[in-house]
Design a protein around this ligand. Structure first.
Ligand code: AQP
Length: 334
């Protein structure tokens, strides 16, 4: 890993263990993480510090962290090729977040749509962490001098803010941070809820039928697709106003690689029943090896711990270089 650092572009991304990983997380982000491993120097994190911006139950959170670690490995993250660590084990993240929060404007954070959405959803707990979440995320990325950040479309605004913070800091102190580029996939960048296709699919969605989880058994996946909201036209075509069908087509396209036109041709003259079954089957086959691999990995907690401890240590070493540089530039005595 460290030998490759100089040769290849650095990729950084993270995922919150805020519930069971979804088909949206997978198609929007994790699938690209896997693809990028051979050509890049990849650094991935379980963003557990981000998770507590929404209240968690202690035992559930503990379980979710290990489950998410095993699930991401099961998706194909190879710890021999990539670093995959746990954010809260690497203290530089919280520290850089504080420093950068003094270089981020209240007005900028107020404009973040995710803050607006999440504070509407959790009106009883609009905590300061929910507001400053994008600064922690900026620090996560900038600590590793990342060139590319593979994320779903919902994170675009946070990547832009990260770039603004990096440019501002560089403007004041010289070239401290690499200014990263977001990397958003053409297909699957924004998977929507199967029950309300105007809302994105989310781990924490209360409507279980809206969200396909990576670890859902095949019969559950099929049931969710069969219940997916469509419309009364009964024609598989991609068009404005057909949010439910558009979402199912986008999922089918992301999984099979077919274009929208090919999908329209495949289902010409067929009803939504056939289409939903085909989407369900394609997703079941895509997720089957992941679930099987997860079942194996989660049995061996010792092995998982060995993997993250090793990665935590390397992440700390790499990130300290940036953190110390930042502190020195600001004027701290090291
Ligand atoms: N519906 C989605 N479609 C495509 N990509 C998505 N991502 C999330 N939802 C979709 C991408 O998954 C990566 C990890 O996301 P995260 O866990 O860091 O945070 P999130 O975006 O808040 O994800 P969730 O599933 O919606 O979690 P909760 O319910 O806890 O808020 C990111 O790259 C994200 O773009």
């Amino acid at each position: 890993m460290e030998n490759n650092e100089v040769k290849k572009d650095v990729v950084f991304s993270a995922i919150q263990p805020s519930g069971t990983i979804t088909l949206g997380n997978y198609l929007g982000a994790v699938r690209n993480w896997v693809k990028m491993q051979d050509e890049h120097s990849c650094i991935y994190a379980l963003a557990d510090l981000h998770t507590i911006t929404v209240r968690q139950q202690t035992a559930v959170m503990r379980k979710n962290i290990l489950d998410a670690y095993a699930s991401i490995m099961a998706c194909g993250i190879d710890v021999e090729k990539s670093l995959f660590f746990i954010q809260s084990h690497v203290h530089t993240h919280a520290e850089l977040a504080w420093l950068l929060s003094c270089y981020t404007q209240f007005g900028e954070l107020s404009r973040m749509t995710q803050f607006k959405d999440k504070s509407a959803k959790h009106a009883d707990n609009i905590n300061a962490g929910l507001f400053t979440y994008p600064v922690l995320m900026a620090g996560d990325i900038l600590l590793y001098q990342a060139d590319k950040v593979p994320v779903g479309a919902d994170q675009k605004q946070h990547i832009e803010l990260t770039r603004d913070i990096a440019e501002r800091f560089n403007g004041l102190y010289g070239n401290v941070f690499k200014v990263p580029e977001g990397f958003i996939p053409k297909n699957g960048a924004r998977v929507m809820s199967l029950q309300d296709p105007t809302k994105k699919m989310s781990k924490s969605d209360e409507n279980v039928n809206g969200c396909v989880h990576l670890l859902d058994p095949p019969e559950v996946i099929m049931k969710k697709f069969k219940r997916a909201v469509t419309d009364s036209e009964a024609c598989v075509r991609y068009a404005e106003g057909k949010d439910g069908v558009n979402n199912l087509m986008a999922i089918y396209s992301a999984v099979t690689g077919q274009s929208m036109e090919q999908i329209e041709n495949e289902f010409a003259g067929k009803g939504y029943g056939d289409f939903k079954t085909a989407v369900g089957e394609a997703v079941i086959e895509e997720l089957r090896p992941i679930r099987e691999k997860y079942e194996q990995l989660i049995q061996d907690k010792g092995y998982l711990e060995e993997c993250y401890r090793k990665a935590d240590e390397i992440a700390l070493k790499i990130s300290l270089r940036t953190l110390n540089k930042v502190k020195k530039k600001i004027g701290f005595v090291l």
